[in-house]
Design a protein around this ligand. Structure first.
Ligand code: PLP
Length: 389
């Protein structure tokens, strides 16, 4: 089976993790801050807070941004469930903004139209979570303008998009978002096995997120509300979590980060090669907004109506051929948990249409020409009929 995504682990990664294991620190040692500083420098952010997953990063970012019970968070329906769930953990309400069918990202026009209605009704969101689907930035300039006009905070879910850029600057540099979150799950661009990270240019948000990651506790005398009882003294200032990244994971992340540009270049070259090899088949290939340079986490094809077989049949045929296709994502509002909250089919027609046509085909940094050719051959065989080969 050719997987849809796969990590790349080299000797340098293994040596870095072994060195961490042999060191004095397994967790909360020097490698976590070193990884934070390295990522912040790479993406042009002032502050970084590393945690045990992007899901945790979204969660503490929402707390730090002041999302509370009864507040509203809006996100895209075409995302992993974590982009929405972070609000539910805080008792906030989730709503969805339909996608731009050409980029699969939250549509700024749909966002604006929904904001106009919400202002009339007094139901404006406190936080909006644009998701850089497949590694392509959302139209963050427009979203940031709307944030100013309508008074919401921007929490950018760039789980797919470390190494991507937008309007000439790296995703994560804080020009257009209050907080940006990255994931280091093994299928993403670089990995820490499990891990995530939030970047921001706001020192108070960074400090608050760092405290929330470790139980809401501070050891900084300047932050304390009472005189220390003695040298052992610490204070819990807020209700936090144990969302810490370990030094083992940070060691892996540091080694992987050295190869970020190499990975993004390799993925971009594979994507261009798919563009060439798949042209002419009854498929809609992924479109790129001119302001963006994607990190190419995913390459999503959409089956056109003229194809000789339907979406599910093509998906099953590819799997039967040993092509590890996947579907990113089932629209979040159609998940049983969200249907239980009142959402249902028909509410986000562009997201639902996308779901009926989309297939993620294999794309990873170490993919070979032979593997890519096998994917293309299988698609060509199924899409041009049995004898066309
Ligand atoms: C992977 C992913 C997450 C969650 O990342 P974890 O590190 O696995 O918690 C959140 N949002 C999106 C869009 C993702 O792809």
């Amino acid at each position: 089976m050719i997987p849809y995504g796969r990590q790349d682990i080299r000797d340098a990664d293994i040596e870095a993790v072994v060195a961490a294991l042999r060191s004095d620190f397994l967790t909360q040692g020097p490698r976590v801050p070193a990884f934070e500083e390295a990522v912040a420098a790479r993406v042009g952010a002032a502050h970084a807070v590393a945690v045990n997953s992007a899901t945790s990063a979204l969660h503490i970012a929402c707390v730090a941004l002041g999302l509370r019970c009864g507040d509203r968070l809006w996100t895209s329906p075409i995302t992993f469930v974590a982009s929405a769930n972070c609000a539910r953990h805080l008792g906030a309400t989730v709503d969805f903004v339909d996608i731009d069918p050409s980029t699969f990202n939250m549509c700024p026009d749909a966002l604006e139209a929904k904001l106009v209605c919400a202002r009339d009704e007094g139901t404006l969101p406190k936080v909006v979570v644009p998701v850089a689907m497949c590694g392509q930035s959302c139209e963050m300039g427009r979203i940031a303008e709307l944030a100013k006009e309508y008074g919401f905070r921007v929490l950018e879910d760039a789980s797919h998009a470390i190494g991507a850029s937008y309007r000439g600057g790296p995703v994560g540099d804080g020009r257009f978002a209050d907080v940006t979150v990255f994931s280091f799950h093994p299928v993403k661009i670089i990995t820490t096995a499990e891990g995530g990270l939030a970047v921001t240019n706001d020192a108070d948000l960074a400090r608050h997120m760092a405290e929330l990651r470790t139980h809401g506790i501070t050891r900084d005398p300047a932050r304390m509300t009472r005189e220390p009882d003695g040298p052992w003294y610490y204070e819990q200032l807020d209700l936090g979590f144990n969302f810490r990244m370990t030094d083992l994971h940070a060691a892996l992340g540091l080694a992987q980060l050295d190869r970020l540009a190499e990975y993004v270049d390799a993925r971009t070259a594979r994507a261009r090669r798919y563009d060439e090899l798949l042209a002419g088949l009854p498929l809609t290939l992924p479109q790129q907004h001119p302001d963006t340079a994607s990190s190419w986490h995913l390459y999503v094809i959409q089956l056109e109506g003229a194809a000789p077989l339907d979406h599910r049949s093509l998906f099953e045929a590819l799997r039967a051929d040993g092509i590890g296709v996947n579907l990113h994502y089932i629209p979040v509002h159609l998940q049983p948990y969200y249907r239980e909250l009142g959402f249902g089919p028909g509410e986000l027609p562009r997201a639902e249409a996308y779901y009926g046509r989309a297939i993620s085909i294999p794309l990873f940094a170490q993919m070979t020409d032979e593997q890519q050719d096998a994917v293309v051959d299988a698609l060509r065989r199924h899409l041009t009929g049995p004898d066309a080969r």
